[in-house]
Design a protein around this ligand. Structure first.
Ligand SMILES: NC(=O)C1=CN([C@@H]2O[C@H](COP(=O)(O)OP(=O)(O)OC[C@H]3O[C@@H](n4cnc5c(N)ncnc54)[C@H](OP(=O)(O)O)[C@@H]3O)[C@@H](O)[C@H]2O)C=CC1
Ligand SMILES: CC(C)(CO)C(=O)C(=O)O
Length: 312
């Protein structure tokens, strides 16, 4: 099975690198500056579960990757349009896209670009970052990837052969992988947790522990969580009580150093996925007629941050 990974940043570099380590046939589709960096130094992973410097196959043009079976899409949401253009040839030639972006809006965009049958769902849980020296830094021990078909694809019994191949390539790798179908549930569960974490930590520019140590921090985070849960519920994906307990343990844990990657991006002074992670949640809330004032404040805050970014 030929795997194409678009992007060798935190997520693509980590999961793609672990697949290379496990002997899978992986090519990275990269822009020239990252391709040159990797040609010079290899793909470098620094992780509490094992460091690695990997020689990897790299392409800078999608036509070199025609014949791929799956494209693992690991760009930020703000790069989605260029990523779609980059993978167009291999996908039109038959590859199926497995996106690992947070949020949901990219799914509709990918389906419009390539058709329903060319897009499955995926999400990952990892704390990782791409350092300026090109090292992919895994910041704790966890790394989990969930992949699967959407409800309507299961009903049509389509893509079954591809799913079996994916089950095999995700076996015996140095991360946890699970097929979760229908995938909508995992996408919504992850999004409501992340949107809560991202809205709270970016608004307050601090970790969960710092917010929890403030007078009304727990009330603020609890309020944002209630809003994101109300949106998931209205969309038809209410979280289970057990999952909500897990989310509360993450977002309401006193002393926790947790921050969303969105806040790490703000701290680097870079572009952010605000519209994709918070704006889109707010848009859906409004379409359902829900009042979500805390998401409104978070979205406004992130839009002002973006307006102040210097064009590079
Ligand atoms: N980091 C984390 O801990 C987690 C992130 N996520 C989600 O995963 C997604 C990816 O995030 P993350 O890996 O952190 O982001 P990064 O910025 O670290 O990596 C994204 C990479 O995509 C590359 N890229 C973008 N557009 C293209 C293109 N057209 N062609 C080739 N390469 C391209 C970028 O390369 P270039 O250098 O050329 O710009 C960059 O290296 C996001 O949606 C994020 O929310 C999910 C879970 C955890
Ligand atoms: C919440 C977390 C760290 C989980 O993977 C994440 O997805 C992010 O911060 O972007």
């Amino acid at each position: 099975m030929r795997i194409l990974v678009l992007g060798a940043g935190a997520v693509g570099g980590y999961f793609g690198g672990r697949l290379v380590e496990a002997g899978r046939d992986v090519t990275f589709l990269l822009r020239p500056h990252r391709a040159a960096q990797i040609a010079r130094q290899g793909l470098i992973l620094e992780s509490p579960v094992g460091n690695a410097t990997l020689p990897v196959k790299v392409a800078t043009d999608g036509s070199a990757a025609i014949g791929s079976d799956v494209v693992i899409l690991a760009c930020k949401a703000y790069d989605l349009e260029t990523a779609i253009a980059a993978i167009e040839k291999p996908v039109q030639a038959g590859a199926v896209v497995l996106p690992l972006l947070n949020g949901l809006a990219h799914i509709d965009r990918l389906r419009r670009a390539f058709g329903q049958e060319r897009v499955i769902g995926g999400m990952c849980q990892i704390l990782a970052t791409l350092s300026s020296d090109g090292t992919v830094r895994h910041l704790d021990k966890g790394a989990r990837l969930v992949y699967g078909r959407f409800a309507e694809q299961i009903e049509r019994q389509s893509l079954a052969v591809l799913m079996e191949k994916l089950d095999r390539i995700f076996t015996d790798v140095n991360f946890t992988a699970k097929r979760g179908e229908p995938i909508e549930r995992s996408l919504w569960d992850k999004w409501l947790m992340l949107a809560t974490l991202a809205a709270a930590t970016s608004l307050m520019r601090g970790s969960i522990g710092q917010i929890m140590a403030s007078d009304d921090g727990a009330k603020l985070i609890g309020g944002i969580l209630a809003e994101t849960v109300s949106v998931a519920r209205a969309a038809g994906y209410p979280p289970s009580e057990a999952y909500l307990e897990t989310v509360r343990r993450i977002v309401l844990e006193p002393g926790s150093p947790a921050k969303a990657s969105l806040l790490r991006d703000i701290e680097k002074g870079g572009r952010i996925e605000g519209a994709h992670l918070i704006g889109d949640m707010l848009r859906r809330a409004q379409a359902f007629g829900l009042e979500t004032p805390l998401l409104q404040v978070a979205n406004c805050h992130l839009q002002v941050y973006e307006a102040n970014l210097q064009p590079s």
